[in-house]
Design a binder for this molecule. Structure first.
Ligand SMILES: [Zn+2]
Length: 286
């Protein structure tokens, strides 16, 4: 929200505003993803398994390190909310905020999904994005954001006064509880900020507010990842459908999403090893 300033600007305000920005984390300073090896591996890959996520619901899936997985649009335009955990340790999970700081507000081919502290390593690398043609539009919107968090019943209650149970947050909780046997309240603690797959979002130019618009996704479009470590994933088919108008209701047209697991020829991954957790000592100067 743009508010009327209450404080007098200093005499050199224009000079202060004219200072050139500096990229916080130049991508070149990150350990490079070996895209050539991934390209060779994906040419050899064979279909392994598939999970269909029903509309306004979520499902889990497991991907061994060294395999690929695809999130695919089927039947109609649909946005998906993705959570990732290390398969054997729910405390290592996707860190949306750090991924945003490293790669920007929207992800595409070559970008990586980083895990939480103290692990902080690539969990998955994006190897194909059929929506990479979209780039950024005149409104500043792009596809596959790490700026939204996930639709949830708490914000819905705050804004509408109603309880709605098919929000992505609740869908992910139910799916994780079913997968792990955890009670819902314990599963909830593991659900985290998402990668908004296929969602088209940005910040308005004037007030810098978060906005969404109809996803450009068409049936057959997919986002493909290489699993850097053994993964447990959960994907929610958002009740907002293509998120053209609203979520947290049953009004939008919703469609399923499909997750496919693909296995490459291991010989094509010669030289690749799963990334190790951060080598930081964790002494914190203490
Ligand atoms: Zn949602």
């Amino acid at each position: 929200m743009k508010r009327t300033p209450r404080h007098q600007a200093p005499a050199d305000a224009d000079d202060r505003k004219a200072v050139q920005p500096v990229i916080c984390y130049p991508v070149e300073s990150l350990p490079p993803a070996d895209m050539d090896t991934y390209a060779a591996a994906r040419r050899s890959m064979e279909f392994g398994d598939a999970v269909v996520v029903p509309p306004r619901s979520a499902r889990t899936f497991r991907v061994p390190a060294g395999n690929f997985f695809r999130i695919i649009s089927v039947d109609g335009p649909q946005v998906g909310d993705l959570n990732l955990w290390a398969a054997d340790d729910l405390s290592e999970r996707f860190y949306s905020g750090k991924t945003r700081a490293l790669h920007g507000t929207h992800l595409s081919t070559g970008d990586r999904m980083w895990s939480s502290f103290p692990h902080m390593r690539p969990m998955a690398t994006i190897t194909c994005d059929t929506l990479d043609w979209y780039g950024f539009d005149a409104f500043g919107a792009g596809v596959h954001d790490v700026i939204g968090t996930r639709c949830d019943p708490y914000t819905s209650r705050l804004l509408s006064g109603r309880d709605y149970h098919q929000c992505c947050h609740s869908n992910l909780i139910r799916a994780l509880a079913a997968e792990t046997g955890l009670p819902l309240d314990q599963a909830e603690a593991h659900v985290h900020d998402v990668l908004n797959v296929f969602m088209c979002t940005g910040f308005t130019h004037d007030t810098h507010q978060y906005f969404m618009k109809a996803s450009p996704v068409r049936p057959g479009d997919f986002l493909e990842f290489f699993a850097e470590i053994d993964l447990l994933g959960a994907l929610s088919a958002c009740p907002g459908g293509n998120c053209a108008a609203e979520h947290s209701s049953d009004r939008a047209a919703c469609y399923p999403l499909k997750v496919e697991i693909w296995q490459p020829d291991p010989k094509r991954l010669a030289g690749w090893v799963p990334p190790a957790p951060s080598a930081y000592s964790r002494s914190h100067g203490g």
